[in-house]
Design a protein around this ligand. Structure first.
Ligand code: 5GP
Ligand code: MN
Length: 323
C-alpha cells in the first residue's frame, strides 16, 4: 500500500475545524503520547480537538493527559476529521469505530506491521519505532511550534515504544527527534521519572511473583508465564499492573521468545509476545487474529486461561524451534 503524502494529511488537518483523535484500547505510552501531542498541536492551531478514549488510562501514564482526554460516553463525535493513531484495526477501538466512520474524513497514522488501510488518508510506516515519530513529522509538516508539553508527550511515546532507546526498532531518527525536542526546554528527566520510577509497590511485588512462577522451555530459549485474576487479586493489583512483566521475561539471558498470558476477564485472555533476535512473534500472534511487530506482538484468545496458555505454548515452540 502506498502512503498518502504527510503534507496532504497536514493540509487536511489545518483546513478542518474539529478533529477527534482515537487510539487503541489499553493505551501504552506511544498511544496516549502520540494522541495528546497531536491534540495539543491542533489546539495551538485554533482547532477543536479531543482525544476520545473508551477505557481507563494506566496510572503511570495519566500525567500525559494534558486536559485533552474525553470518554466516548461524553464525546460529541462526528467531527470534520477523525484521526486513528497507533492502531490500524477497528477491533482495537471497538466503541469508537463509529466515530471514525462518521467523520467527513478519516485519517490513520500508524507504525504497525499488520495494519490494513482503514482510512481515507493513511500514513503507515512499520519502520518507525513509535507512532510518536510520525506525529512529530506531522506536526512539523503542519508548521506548528513544538512546545514543552508536546515535547513531553512525544518523548514519552518514543521512550516507551523503544524500551528507552534500547529495542531493535530504535533508529537514528528516534534519537534525532528527541534531540530536536530538547530545544523546547522540556524536562526529559522528569518525564522519565514519572514513566519508570513511580511504580506502586503492589505492581513490583506482582512482577516478582509472576516471574518466579514462569515456565522455561526449549533449553531456556522460551519463557512463559500466566497471570490469573486470582493472582492479581491476591496482590490487590489491576490488570494494568501486568505491564512490563513480559519485558522482564525477555531480558533473561538465553531467552529468545517470551510470552505472558493474562486473564483480563473470564474467558478473555490477553497475550503479550516478545522476542530478541529471530522469532517473528507477529506471525505467532496473527495465528490468533492478533498482530503487532516482529519483536513485540499480542492477541486475545477467548478461552479459559489454561487452554489459551497451552495453545500459545504450542505455537511459540513451533515458531522458535523451526528448522
Ligand atoms: P502488548 O503486548 O504491549 O500489549 O502489545 C505489543 C504489540 O502488539 C503492540 O505494538 C500492540 O499494538 C500489538 N498488539 C497487542 N495486542 C494486539 C492485538 O490483539 N491485535 C493486534 N493487531 N495487535 C496487537
Ligand atoms: Mn506504538
Amino acid at each position: 500500500m502506498k502512503n498518502d503524502p504527510m503534507k496532504k494529511i497536514a493540509d487536511a488537518l489545518l483546513g478542518a475545524e474539529s478533529i477527534d483523535i482515537v487510539t487503541h484500547i489499553m493505551m501504552d505510552g506511544d498511544a496516549i503520547g502520540s494522541a495528546v501531542a497531536l491534540c495539543l498541536a491542533l489546539r495551538k492551531e485554533g482547532k477543536t480537538a479531543n482525544v476520545i478514549i473508551e477505557d481507563s488510562i494506566a496510572e503511570y501514564l495519566q500525567f500525559l493527559e494534558y486536559g485533552c482526554v474525553t470518554d466516548v460516553a461524553e464525546a460529541e463525535g462526528s467531527g470534520d476529521i477523525c484521526v486513528a493513531l497507533d492502531c490500524g484495526t477497528k477491533s482495537r477501538f471497538p466503541k469508537r469505530s463509529d466515530i471514525l466512520d462518521s467523520a467527513k474524513l478519516r485519517i490513520c497514522v500508524d507504525h504497525h506491521q499488520t495494519t490494513e488501510p482503514i482510512a481515507d488518508l493513511n500514513y503507515i510506516e512499520p519502520e518507525s519505532a513509535a507512532t510518536g515519530e510520525l506525529v512529530y513529522a506531522l506536526i512539523k509538516e503542519m508548521g506548528t511550534e513544538i512546545d514543552k508539553d508536546i515535547a513531553s508527550c512525544i518523548f514519552a511515546a518514543i521512550a516507551t515504544d523503544t524500551g528507552n532507546f534500547m529495542y531493535s526498532n530504535t533508529t537514528k531518527r528516534s534519537h534525532e527527534v528527541v534531540i530536536d525536542l530538547y530545544d523546547t526546554g522540556f524536562d526529559a528527566y522528569s518525564v522519565s521519572v514519572q514513566l519508570y520510577e513511580n511504580e506502586p509497590y503492589r505492581k513490583i511485588a506482582l512482577h516478582g511473583d509472576v516471574v518466579s512462577r514462569a515456565e522455561r522451555l526449549a533449553d531456556g530459549k522460551i519463557i512463559m508465564a500466566k497471570v490469573s485474576r486470582e493472582l492479581l487479586e491476591s496482590h490487590g493489583a489491576d490488570f494494568e499492573d501486568t505491564e512490563g512483566i513480559v519485558s522482564i521475561l525477555r531480558s533473561i539471558s538465553g531467552v529468545e521468545a517470551a510470552a505472558l498470558v493474562k486473564e483480563k476477564k473470564k474467558d478473555e485472555i490477553k497475550v503479550s509476545l516478545r522476542s530478541k533476535e529471530y522469532v517473528d512473534v507477529a506471525k505467532v500472534a496473527s495465528g490468533f487474529e492478533g498482530g503487532g511487530h516482529k519483536r513485540a506482538a499480542g492477541c486475545t484468545i477467548r478461552k479459559d486461561l489454561d487452554s489459551a496458555y497451552e495453545e500459545i505454548k504450542t505455537a511459540l515452540v513451533k515458531e522458535t524451534c523451526r528448522g
